[in-house]
Design a protein around this ligand. Structure first.
Ligand code: ZN
Length: 146
């Protein structure tokens, strides 16, 4: 559990235990599912997009603590945002998990929780699962991240 303690911190443990925006959306305009074969994590992502704005987002899934918590944190950051803003947040997240936080001067404080993920290569795909699934949806709209 020491790895968990270092990496996930309280916020991650909290999101894992009480995931935000958990569930299905029957009237979803967008749906995508993600799977991380390395760990067995699965995520189903439901969005209601109206006039390029993400009016609602929910998810369900099975997986390790980091995959679930990362999805939960993501929904809180994306909900209510425009598709372009969501793509920008995705890009910042992606930079953090691949490069860490050392070179980034203006990190959204809500993304700081992911700064340590890079140190655990086996966990990067877990943390990124929901975000890549979101990016699959953004790609369909032509506003995907890099
Ligand atoms: Zn995992």
């Amino acid at each position: 559990m020491s790895e968990l303690n270092d990496l996930y911190q309280e916020i991650i443990l909290d999101h894992n235990k009480n995931p935000r925006n958990w569930g299905k959306i029957d009237a979803a305009t967008h749906f995508a599912e993600g799977f991380n074969p390395l760990c067995g994590d699965r995520v189903d992502l439901y969005l209601i997009v109206n006039n390029d704005k993400i009016e609602d987002i929910k998810f369900e899934g099975n997986g390790c603590a980091i995959s679930k918590a990362s999805a939960s944190v993501m929904t809180t950051l994306i909900k209510g945002k425009s598709l372009a803003d969501a793509a920008a947040i995705y890009n910042e997240f992606h930079k953090i998990i691949t490069e860490g936080c050392d070179h980034n001067h203006d990190i959204d404080e809500n993304l700081e929780v992911f700064c340590g993920v890079k140190q655990y290569p086996g966990r990067v795909k877990c943390a990124a699962l929901a975000w890549h699934t979101l990016n699959d949806i953004l790609k369909r709209n032509g506003t995907n991240g890099k």
